[in-house]
Ligand binder design. Sequence first.
Ligand code: HEC
Length: 236
Amino acid sequence: MYPKDYSEFPGKNEAFFPDFLLKEWMVAVVFLVGFMTLVMAEEPPLGEIADPTNTSFLPVPDWYFLFLYQLLKYKWASGPFVVIGTVILPGIAFTALMLAPWLDRSKERRPLRRPVTTGIMILSLISVAALTWAAEVEHETQMESNPGEKPQNTKVMAQDDEGYSIYQQNACIRCHGDQLQGVNGPSLLGVGNRLSHEKITEIIDDGRGAMPAGMFQGNEQQKKVLVDWLMKQKQK
Ligand code: HEC
């Protein structure tokens, strides 16, 4: 049972300095030493280490910052509103934390009798947990569908080629594959042996059979670079 409030301890108050502060410091020291021991004994649970040869690696902040990172993915807290996600919301949280002793001056000791403070605390914990969880789930799905090449995969096309990047940016890759091998559409390897420059341009413009027209979003110059590049991709 909690005593209702401190009025049941008449004359048992103590001076803030040095009595109370000393006790606080002692608790802090015990906590700090315990924490340092834990960190030395256990490897901290941090994320994957970045590896420049692994392009399938998706860097994300470590778990304790994931919720802030996730916040910045929402439309209302990113782009033109990024100040909301970076300054305003964290600012409100920290100000509230600092002002907490003045915001709730009730003498009640039971958490349930101080619904405002307790409510805010629980709400914050839930939001942090939910955001962390959402970020984790999103990261997992992205890792699974990540098109990046693992280091052991060596049969990569020259991806720094301008033609390739235009090909990739125009969704052609979805149907014709990242190696021109064909996925939902035919292979385009050696297409230059079969079709002329004009014919390929025409197919890109007007589509053909199951290939929709208007898949190409770039300008004429880029289209020419793309077709020139496709013409050069000979059958292996
Ligand atoms: C929605 C899937 C899809 C997309 C996206 C797509 N294609 Fe196609 N493409 C096809 C299909 C299916 C065919 C076979 C058409 C047919 O039946 O004649 C084809 C045929 C072609 C051909 C002729 C191949 C041959 O050997 O005759 C070329 C060239 C081509 N596509 C280039 C492109 C380019 C460049 C892009 C990007 C701007 C692109 N495609 C985007 C599905 C697609």
